[in-house]
Write a protein that binds this ligand. Structure first.
Ligand code: NAD
Length: 251
């Protein structure tokens, strides 16, 4: 990569987003680590800076709030330059029998997992158009491919993200912007361990690993590696795609 570029990673304070932030910083991107959890975002940015990379934290930003998103993107533009790489990774999960999903739960899930990426994309795409280059990676979920019981609101939000990805790819391909989605499956993060502790996985992480073709849970770094490729110049002919990183659990 010849020029320094700026990457914005949402939910960058934990799990998959943390690994993506550190990997993109390592690959030479000036990296903005956005997270609702300010301490977590600062720790990740600090870790990257400790290795000599350029990174800033955008803590306390809620992706479901359009004003906060616009303000954060403006801050990135001022401190690091326009974000030409966007990774929409922030998300929440939830388990509820379908008939017990309240309007509030449904709205909150959609607001964070789908409206958040919508706001972020609208905020960064004008800069990408001006640059004639951009990369967007949306972190969806393998559950959007195969479904998942008791997670209708989550699965619907992630399936919506797949649709957002495909439609944006068509509209902005001519502008030099690629848009892809990685639907992770079974990645060992705080989110997964919380689900295990609450008995919501239908077995332990180890039992799931035994049923996974590559015989291990995914690592956040597995997702980060795929993401690093998708935001590279080499991936310029890949757009509108669903790139599964799941150890063969979904094919
Ligand atoms: P995680 O809980 O470890 O990290 C999520 C991060 O997002 C946290 O730091 C959290 O503070 C942040 N966040 C949550 N709500 C936010 C908001 N409103 N605004 C800003 N930041 C917010 O989760 P993870 O496992 O690393 O998951 C990352 C993404 O990958 C999520 O979108 C998740 O749905 C998806 N995913 C994960 C798995 C898995 O196996 N871990 C599987 C499928 C999909």
């Amino acid at each position: 990569m010849s020029t320094r570029r700026t990457a914005l990673v949402t939910g960058g304070g934990s799990g998959i987003g943390r690994a993506i932030s550190l990997r993109l910083a390592e690959n030479g991107f000036a990296t903005a680590v956005l997270d609702l959890n300010g301490d977590a975002a600062e720790q990740v940015a600090e870790q990257a800076r400790g290795k000599g990379y350029e990174a800033v934290a955008l803590g306390g930003v809620d992706v479901s709030d359009r004003d906060q998103v616009n303000d954060a993107v403006t801050r990135v533009r001022k401190t690091l330059g326009p974000a030409l790489v966007l990774v929409n990774n922030a998300g929440i999960t939830g388990y509820k029998r379908f008939l017990n999903i309240s309007d509030e739960l449904w709205d909150r899930m959609l607001a964070i997992n789908l409206s958040g990426p919508f706001y972020l994309c609208q905020a960064v795409v004008p800069d990408m158009i001006e640059a004639g280059w951009g990369r967007i990676v949306n972190i969806s979920s393998s559950s959007a491919q195969g479904g998942q019981q008791y997670m209708t609101h989550y699965v619907a939000s992630k399936a919506g993200l797949v649709g957002l990805t495909k439609a944006l790819a068509l509209e902005f391909g001519p502008a030099g912007i690629t848009v892809n989605t990685i639907p992770p499956g079974f990645v060992d993060t705080p989110m997964l361990r919380m689900s295990e502790e609450r008995g919501l996985l239908g077995g332990s992480v180890d039992q799931h690993a035994e049923r996974t073709p590559v015989r291990r849970p995914g690592r956040p770094e597995d997702i980060a590696a795929a993401c690093a490729f998708l935001v590279s110049d080499d991936a310029g002919y890949i757009t509108g795609q669903v790139i599964g990183v799941n150890g063969g659990r979904n094919t």
